[in-house]
Write a protein that binds this ligand. Structure first.
Ligand code: C5P
Length: 242
């Protein structure tokens, strides 16, 4: 059993990425899903198209919503954005760790004044789309893995709940930050799934074994002939049943 912020998790490790261009398409997809069997992620595309009212509707349907807007700005601005996001009733919010410890600390403090259960606040370390060359061009001379550790240390120091990372980074981060630090990993595929644009993929059972807390899965479920069946398979694999 896993312990995150006092919550005992024996299931619902799968976060389905609702990468749809409209509220109508996302709502049609959600109508076939049981909120007891998964959580969902609303990112920049869907949020920009559908807005905060849509987020409130998905929360009202009973889904735990990860609002993936990756805030990155001056501390005061991010703190305000995080507070307003929390008031939508979402389960998890994220910011960019590269915004700095002060930005993350103020964001974390902003959640203290929100009524009800406080959402988890996590940070994006290095975008997996960036390679060593890209970091060099930004004046960062260490490897992406070293930079991920550095940013995760800042995240932990600021009192956040975890980081988004690639599955390859989870063993090191798990060892370093312990069981209470949530590790959220995208790039999850079963052997039969198309990789799409994901370069390095990991299976659901393997990701959990390597230390992932939550697995972000998009197309293998959203584009499946039967999303409910695909979700059952991902849940079984993540639970170690197959
Ligand atoms: O369809 P797929 O399973 O590849 O979707 C993965 C989701 O995780 C998408 O919403 C994508 O934006 C997100 N993500 C990612 N890699 C990252 C961070 C987020 O794939 N490093």
């Amino acid at each position: 059993m896993l312990h995150i912020q006092g919550v005992h998790l024996t299931e619902k490790r799968i976060i389905i990425a609702l990468d749809f261009p409209t509220a109508a398409a996302a709502e049609q997809f959600l109508s076939g899903l049981d909120p007891a069997s998964c959580r969902v992620k609303i990112g920049k595309e869907l949020f920009t198209a559908a807005g905060p009212d849509f987020v409130r509707r998905v929360v009202a349907m009973g889904f735990d919503v990860f609002l993936d807007l990756k805030f990155h700005d001056i501390p005061n601005t991010v703190a305000g954005a995080v507070r307003v996001a929390a008031e939508l009733g979402v389960w998890m919010i994220n910011v960019h760790a590269s915004g700095g410890v002060a930005m993350m600390s103020e964001a974390r403090e902003a959640l203290e004044v929100v009524s009800g259960t406080r959402p988890l606040l996590i940070a994006v370390t290095i975008l997996t789309s960036l390679a060593e060359d890209d970091l060099t061009r930004q004046g960062i001379s260490c490897s992406p893995a070293e930079q991920v550790i550095r940013l995760a240390e800042m995240t932990s120091e600021a009192g956040l709940d975890g980081v988004v990372c690639s599955a390859a980074e989870t063993p090191l981060l798990r060892e370093r930050f312990g069981d209470r630090f949530a590790l959220i990993t995208p790039g999850i595929r079963r052997t039969e799934d198309a990789r799409g644009d994901q370069k390095r993929v990991v299976g659901p059972a393997e990701a959990v074994a390597m230390g992932s807390t939550y697995l972000v899965v998009g197309r293998p479920i959203t584009q499946a002939t039967s999303p409910a069946q695909a979700l059952r398979e991902f849940n079984s694999a993540a639970a170690g049943d197959c």
